[in-house]
Design a protein. Structure first.
Length: 201
């Protein structure tokens, strides 16, 4: 492994992410993570005081990257606010129906598992999801401002309803092994935003 010391912490997190997304948190032992990352145990404990602390850092890293991607989607030029929001939901549908474990939703994967086991990890999930909902609300406000969304929408409430709906649909997708719940969410999202007008570009 040829990695600068300053990158080892992030390397461990990046290596662990697809493993955790595939197996869950409790099912993955420290040795598996160390072997996959090709780092000694001492290096792990230099950056993470415990597996729980590592889990919190993993979630923080996941949400940081997620929010960067969300910002790119909701700031895209050449689209109005409604179209930007729909591009986000379309990406959600595509990634959560695919086979790539690394693109799966960590909130869905770990939310039920770790929230009762680790308060720091629960709080990391809470922080991250609150940030996502807040940015979606901002996107709805932007759509209202540019006239692409109806002005009677309550941005914060709508963002929470839509995010809740998509999380639940993603859980059902895992249970049912088909994408019908996500497709239903897309239809319902379009109904909620049904007065959206196409951009003039």
């Amino acid at each position: 492994m040829n990695i600068q010391n300053t990158d080892i912490r992030q390397h461990i997190l990046d290596t662990a992410k697809p493993i955790i997304l595939g197996k869950g948190f409790s099912a993955v032992g420290l040795n598996e993570l160390l072997n996959a990352a090709e780092v000694p145990k001492g290096s792990f404990y230099h950056y993470f005081k415990s597996k729980e602390y590592f889990g919190e850092a993993l979630l923080d890293s996941y949400f940081e990257a997620y929010l960067m991607r969300l910002e790119i989607l909701l700031s895209a030029e050449g689209m109005n606010g409604a179209e930007r929001l729909m591009s986000y939901w379309q990406r959600w549908l595509e990634t959560q129906c695919g086979d790539d474990a690394e693109t799966k939703c960590m909130v869905v994967k770990l939310g039920g598992e770790v929230s009762d086991l680790s308060e720091p990890m629960r709080l990391a999930l809470q922080r991250g999801t609150n940030h996502i909902i807040s940015r979606l609300a901002d996107g709805i406000e932007e759509g209202i401002a540019d006239g692409s969304l109806p002005n009677d929408l309550v941005a914060a409430d709508t963002a929470l309803v839509l995010y809740n709906q998509w999380l639940g649909a993603t859980v059902l997708t895992k249970i049912w092994h088909d994408q019908s719940a996500l497709e239903s969410s897309m239809c319902n999202t379009e109904r909620i935003l049904k007065h959206a007008r196409p951009s003039d570009t």
